[in-house]
Design a protein around this ligand. Structure first.
Ligand code: PRP
Length: 209
């Protein structure tokens, strides 16, 4: 029996569809239920930011989560497979027309991804003031709370509609299948079996595209 942590929303849906394709049966959560028990799997619906936490503490054996979140959290889990879905970027955004000038003093950066932000600027030996926000990051430069933001960009629509544009890409992200280190050893056959099946399915689907 494998316990699988899935982030609520589109990724959970897509992942369950992959499981449905593999096993030819239906995997559906009842209305507001957060747990789905089947003979071979127990699926948990958790917040995106909590997936790696469940896996790290072995409350789940495997999980599906974005690389951006993994990089931000830095928890010690095994990155088994890039599912090549949920592709997005983490990028620096500024008000349209403004230029990124790292020599400018007292740079203020708003982000919900403070660790990725901190690492990016530290690697460039630029000292910045990071302002942690929990959402609607795009507001910060418009209102004057920050000079720039570091945020997830998928279609780019949110930045555009709020008068911002990407001035620098920091990283590309996609969803990953992750595993707990102990589960990877104690349940190696089960983990590798599902890894191989998912890998096969996503390869076939990508070839069709
Ligand atoms: C992310 C991000 C942007 C938006 C970008 O937020 O913080 O606001 O998506 O997407 P776009 O480029 O397609 O417009 P998300 O929807 O993940 O919500 P959150 O702020 O609650 O994390």
């Amino acid at each position: 029996m494998l316990t699988v942590a899935l982030p609520k929303g589109r990724i959970a849906q897509e992942t369950l569809e992959i499981f449905e394709t593999i096993f030819g049966e239906s995997f559906k959560f009842d209305d507001r239920k957060l747990i789905l028990e089947t003979p071979n799997f127990r699926f948990l619906l958790v917040r995106n930011q909590d997936v790696a936490t469940y896996v790290y503490h072995q409350a789940a054996d495997i999980g599906v989560v974005g690389l951006d979140t993994l990089e931000e959290q830095g928890l010690d889990v095994i990155r088994l497979l890039d599912l090549k879905r949920g592709i997005c970027k983490v990028a620096i955004g500024m008000k349209k027309g403004e230029k990124l000038d790292l020599d400018k003093p007292d740079i203020k950066v708003a982000s919900k991804m403070v660790n990725i932000t901190k690492r990016y600027f530290e690697e460039r030996a630029v000292s910045v003031d990071i302002i942690k926000l929990y959402g609607s990051i795009e507001l910060a430069p418009i209102i004057g709370l920050a000079d720039m933001i570091v945020d997830v960009v998928e279609t780019g629509a949110t930045m555009k509609q709020n008068g911002l544009e990407v001035v620098k890409d920091i990283m590309t992200s996609s969803t990953y299948l992750i595993a707990n280190k102990n589960s990877y050893i104690s349940k190696k056959d089960e983990v590798l079996s599902i890894y191989e099946k998912i890998n096969k399915i996503i390869k076939t689907q990508d070839e069709v595209k």
